[in-house]
Design a protein around this ligand. Structure first.
Ligand code: PLP
Length: 445
C-alpha cells in the first residue's frame, strides 16, 4: 500500500530537520500556508505538524507558530545514537556486565600491583602492542577459529579505534565503500569524518544481498566492503559459510579490501570460519573486549594482511601512540588465564536468556534477532512512525533507538532496535512490556 500523502510530507520534513536543512529555531509555514504550498487540506497540514510534534521534531507555540526543535543529534549529522537520559531504562546501548566483574577487576589490579611489571607500565608501549600481549591475543583468536601469527596482530583502543585506523591506513577521501543498508552507526560516523562514499547494499535474512553487491562492484570502483558476518549489528544474522566464500570471490574480482567487524562474534557458538581465516591476504579483522568483557577497558584487536601492518601501525601512532598499558596488561592476563573464555560463555547464556525474555514479552510482533544476541530488531508497520514511538517511550523513561542511526540508504525502515544487555532482567521484562503496549496502541492510532 502506498503511504498516505501526509505521511510522505511528514517524512520529507523530518528528513530536512534531521539533516539540518531546516535548522533549529526556524519557524515553519502556518498550517494554511503549508496546505496551499503542498495542495492539501488545512486539516491535513495540522495533522502533519501534530505528527512532527509527537516525533519530537517541532514545537507548537500557541499564537506564535510551529518551530523546528533543537534535536540532540548535531544538525547535519543524523548518524549517531542519542544518549539515554540518566533516569531511563537503557534499551539503546549495550554494555553487558555480569555480577562479579568489579571483583575480577579488583583482583586483577592487586595482581598487577605485585607483579613486578608496574614500572614498565608507566612507559610508552610499542604502537602495535607488546609482543607478549600480541601473542596472548593471537592465542585467543586461534580459539575462535582465526589462527594467526602475532606479527599480524595490532592492539588498539577498542574496535571503534580499530575501524578508524583501518580507514586511515587503507582508504582515501572519496573512496567507495560497500556497507549494509543497515549497519553499525560507528562506521557511518567514520565515513563522514573521512569523507568516504558509502554505497548501501540491500540486506537479506542472513547477510548482504550478494547479487546486489556483485552488481555494485561492477558499476562502481568499490575499494572496501565493511561487513559483520558473525552476528550483525543490528539485524543479528550469521552469514552462512557458502555466502562467505562468494563474498570473498566478489571482493577479489573487484580488488576490494574486506573490513570484517567481529565485535559481537563471540556470542555465536561454533560460527563459520571468519573471513580473515578464509582470505587473510585481503581482510582486516577487527574485534575487541568491549562486549565480551567490559566497554571501559578500551582494548581491541586488529588482524591485518602482513603488508598492511606498517600503515596501520602509523595510524595508531598518529592517533593514540599505544593502548593504555595498564588495561592492556589486565586484558591480556584475562585472555591467558581463561577469564575471557569464561565471561564469553556466561554472556552467551545471559544473552540467550534475555533474548528469550524479549521473544516472550514481544510475542506476536515481528522481531529479528539471533537467539543468543544482545539486541533485537522490532519491525513496525509501514505507516507507523518509529520516532513517535521512541518519543512516547522516552516519556515513559525507556530509551530505544530507531533505525535512523543504522540506515545508510535514503530509505529508513520504520523499526526499533532494542538493546537487551544493559539493564537487569526484571527491568528489561517490564520495559519490554511497555514497548509492546505502546507499539500496539500506536498501530491502532
Ligand atoms: C559492530 C560494532 N563494532 C564496533 C563497536 C565498537 O566497539 P568498541 O567499544 O570495542 O570500540 C561496536 C560497539 O557497539 C559495535 O557494535
Amino acid at each position: 500500500m502506498a503511504p498516505q500523502r501526509y505521511k510522505i510530507l511528514v517524512d520529507a520534513l523530518a528528513a530536512d530537520i534531521r539533516s539540518g536543512r531546516l535548522a533549529a529555531g526556524v519557524r515553519l509555514p502556518t498550517h494554511r500556508a503549508l496546505a496551499a504550498r503542498e495542495g492539501i487540506a488545512v486539516v491535513t497540514a495540522t495533522r502533519v505538524y501534530a505528527e512532527l510534534d509527537a516525533m519530537g521534531l517541532v514545537s507548537r507555540e500557541q499564537g506564535r507558530g510551529t518551530f523546528v526543535r533543537d534535536i540532540a543529534v548535531p544538525a547535519g549529522h543524523g548518524i549517531d545514537q542519542q544518549a539515554a537520559a540518566a533516569d531511563a531504562v537503557d534499551l539503546t546501548f549495550n554494555y553487558p556486565s555480569l555480577p562479579g566483574q568489579a571483583d575480577l577487576l579488583r583482583q586483577a589490579l592487586r595482581e598487577v600491583a605485585t607483579s613486578g611489571e608496574v614500572d614498565a607500565l608507566l612507559r610508552y608501549q610499542p604502537h602495535r602492542g607488546r609482543p607478549q600481549d600480541r601473542a596472548s591475543i593471537a592465542r585467543h583468536l586461534g580459539r575462535r577459529g582465526l589462527s594467526v601469527d602475532a606479527d599480524r596482530v595490532l592492539v588498539v583502543n577498542g574496535a571503534q579505534h580499530g575501524l578508524a585506523v583501518t580507514v586511515m591506513a587503507a582508504l582515501d577521501a572519496g573512496d567507495v565503500v560497500a556497507v549494509d543498508a543497515l549497519t553499525y552507526p560507528g562506521f557511518k560516523v567514520l565515513a563522514q569524518a573521512f569523507h568516504l562514499d558509502l554505497e548501501p547494499v540491500p540486506t537479506t535474512a542472513d547477510g548482504p544481498d550478494l547479487d546486489a553487491l556483485e552488481k555494485l562492484c561492477t558499476n562502481r570502483p568499490v575499494r572496501a566492503i565493511y561487513t559483520m558476518p558473525t552476528l550483525h549489528n543490528p539485524l543479528g544474522w550469521v552469514t552462512p559459510a557458502a555466502d562467505r566464500i562468494r563474498l570473498i570471490g566478489i571482493a577479489r574480482r573487484c580488488g576490494a579490501l574486506i573490513i570484517e567487524d567481529a565485535a559481537y562474534a563471540y556470542l555465536v557458538e561454533d560460527p563459520p570460519a571468519p573471513l580473515a581465516a578464509l582470505a587473510p591476504d585481503i581482510t582486516v579483522h577487527v574485534s575487541g573486549l568491549s562486549k565480551n568483557v567490559a566497554t571501559g577497558l578500551r582494548v581491541g584487536f586488529v588482524v591485518a594482511p602482513q603488508s598492511r601492518v606498517p600503515s596501520l601501525e602509523r595510524a595508531i601512532r598518529a592517533t593514540t601512540w599505544n593502548t593504555p598499558a595498564l588495561t592492556t596488561a589486565i586484558a591480556c592476563r584475562w585472555l591467558d588465564d581463561g577469564t575471557v573464555d569464561r565471561l564469553e560463555a556466561q554472556k552467551r547464556s545471559d544473552a540467550t536468556a534475555r533474548q528469550a525474555i524479549a521473544r516472550q514479552e514481544l510475542a506476536g510482533l515481528p522481531l529479528l534477532g539471533h537467539p543468543s544476541s544482545y539486541f533485537t530488531w522490532l519491525k513496525l508497520p509501514d505507516d507507523a512512525r518509529a520516532d513517535r514511538l521512541a518519543a512516547t517511550l522516552a516519556r515513559r523513561h525507556i530509551s530505544v533507538s530507531t533505525a535512523e542511526p543504522f540506515a545508510t540508504s535514503n530509505h529508513t525502515p520504520q523499526a526499533l532496535r532494542l538493546a537487551l544487555g544493559s539493564t537487569d532482567p526484571d527491568s528489561l521484562r517490564s520495559a519490554l512490556r511497555t514497548v509492546r503496549r505502546v507499539a500496539i496502541e500506536d498501530a491502532q492510532v
